[in-house]
Design a protein around this ligand. Structure first.
Ligand SMILES: Cc1cc2nc3c(=O)[nH]c(=O)nc-3n(C[C@H](O)[C@H](O)[C@H](O)COP(=O)(O)OP(=O)(O)OC[C@H]3O[C@@H](n4cnc5c(N)ncnc54)[C@H](O)[C@@H]3O)c2cc1C
Length: 412
């Protein structure tokens, strides 16, 4: 049972701050590897993991200059099916993995030329892409607007129902023995020099050097959880956890995304099979179908700090753009509007690992997954469990350690 306001130290091998898909996937796999795990999270309600569209889209997310990110996203996609299959087997619940691919469409010759440039880049990286004229696009998706100029099918993109997936992860973690504490982690605690006293926000001082080793975390209600290893996986809120070097705290920022959930009225057959992506009036829009008849329409990308309000303008624009691509959208039921905070970083890459100068021993980070945290969750769990058990993570993670944000601090 979740405990709140535990003043006496709960102890474990590992404490994880944050119970979105990243923290929960790590908790499940760490417990399955034989570690005693406590996960602390005040509430899951605001987690980006529950807002996301659930695309597993390394191909249509691949952009110029992000080769290392593409490699880790491909590692993540390759890992996802076996991870999801085990999750389904352990819990008995389906997570809605779909493998139809993404159909990216363009409206005019200019859009099409831009899509072709990206397609050439993606092909040069070994990714599969099939060019389609307007007719072929509409053969694949019969409800697409006739205004479509042409498109490209990226069969290497999949999707998952992220809410089902997150619920299954929580169930699997509980079944593996993970204990949940319903409280906010305020600081990583370390043993600090000769007296072993805890240092909260001064763990890594202004010099950026680590002082001591992890000995647990402090909680908002005044309690502590004792553990020799700490994983900070608090998504866009990770920077509010004290006890990390200031440069690392500053590296994670919230990037707001507003999104709609539509559903088919009773008796209406599915209007979509593939994930559709398009650019309408310069804004990107996507529509992601679910097996249960839901269609996700997303998403805005806004630098507004920790703001979770849903605005009339965003709902209007998303509906307008979705209807431009798939006019039949107007007949679907507007079931939910929501907003979430992607954990963004300066180079758009995740922060996964620890053991760097300036970071206390035993402290690991698993955050900054930005637009691809659902995709990267299984592979992140593998990487962090490898670190927790003294193994090297896969080589694809090497560019994404926390040390890349600490170079300046080391020099000071
Ligand atoms: C609109 C939108 C669409 C997206 N679409 C996709 C997509 O299609 N595919 C994809 O792969 N990704 C997508 N993402 C990104 C994805 O949602 C995130 O990268 C991912 O959910 C990050 O997971 P997380 O567990 O790190 O963070 P979160 O899911 O945000 O979870 C963080 C958790 O930490 C808890 N917490 C906060 N502070 C503390 C603290 N101090 N102590 C303890 N716990 C704390 C919170 O309560 C929360 O439960 C999308 C995001 C948005 C907003």
């Amino acid at each position: 049972m979740p405990a709140k306001g535990v003043l006496v130290a709960v102890t474990a091998d590992v404490v994880i701050a944050g119970g979105g898909v990243i923290g929960t996937a790590i908790a499940w796999r760490a417990a399955a590897a034989g570690l005693d795990v406590v996960l602390a999270d005040p509430a899951e309600g605001d987690a980006a993991s529950l807002v996301a569209a659930g695309m597993l889209a390394p191909v249509s997310e691949a952009l110029f200059g992000e080769g290392a990110l593409l490699r880790v996203n491909l590692l993540a996609l390759a890992r996802f099916p076996s991870f999801a299959a085990e999750l389904e087997q352990v819990t008995g619940h389906r997570v809605g993995l779909r493998r139809e691919g993404t159909l990216a469409v363009a409206y005019d010759a200019g859009d099409y030329a831009a899509l072709m440039r990206l397609t050439a880049f993606r092909r040069s990286a070994g990714l599969e892409a099939e060019e389609l004229d307007s007719r072929a696009c509409r053969k694949l998706e019969s409800f697409l607007t006739p205004d479509v100029h042409g498109g490209v099918l990226f069969p290497g993109d999949w999707s998952v129902d992220n809410r089902r997936y997150a619920a299954a992860l929580r169930e699997a973690a509980a079944a593996a023995g993970v204990r949940v504490v319903r409280d906010r982690v305020t600081a990583v605690l370390t043993t600090d020099g000769a007296d072993g006293a805890a240092s909260a926000d001064g763990v890594a001082g202004a010099d950026g050097q680590a002082h001591g080793r992890a000995r647990g975390v402090a909680l908002a209600d005044g309690g502590e959880i004792g553990a020799g290893q700490v994983v900070v996986a608090a998504g866009s809120w990770s920077g509010a956890v004290h006890g990390l070097p200031a440069a690392l705290q500053a590296a994670v920022r919230p990037v707001k995304g507003q999104l709609l959930r539509l559903r088919h009225p009773d008796g209406m057959p599915p209007v979509l099979t593939h994930t559709i992506r398009a650019t309408v009036r310069g804004a990107d829009v996507y529509l992601v179908p679910r097996a249960d008849g839901e269609v996700i329409v997303g998403a805005t990308q806004e630098e507004r700090g920790p703001d979770l309000t849903v605005t009339a303008g965003a709902v209007h624009d998303l509906l307008h753009d979705a209807m431009s691509v798939l006019p039949v959208t107007s007949e679907l039921v507007l079931a939910e509007t929501c907003a979430g905070l992607r954990p963004g970083t300066p180079d758009n890459g995740p922060i996964v690992g620890g053991a760097g100068s300036g970071i206390p021993g035993g402290v690991l980070l698993a955050t900054g997954h930005y637009r691809n945290g659902i995709l990267m969750s299984a592979a992140t769990a593998d990487a962090i469990v490898a670190c927790l058990t003294g193994q090297p993570p896969a080589a694809e993670w090497e560019p994404f350690g926390p040390g890349r944000f600490l170079a300046g601090e080391e020099e000071r």
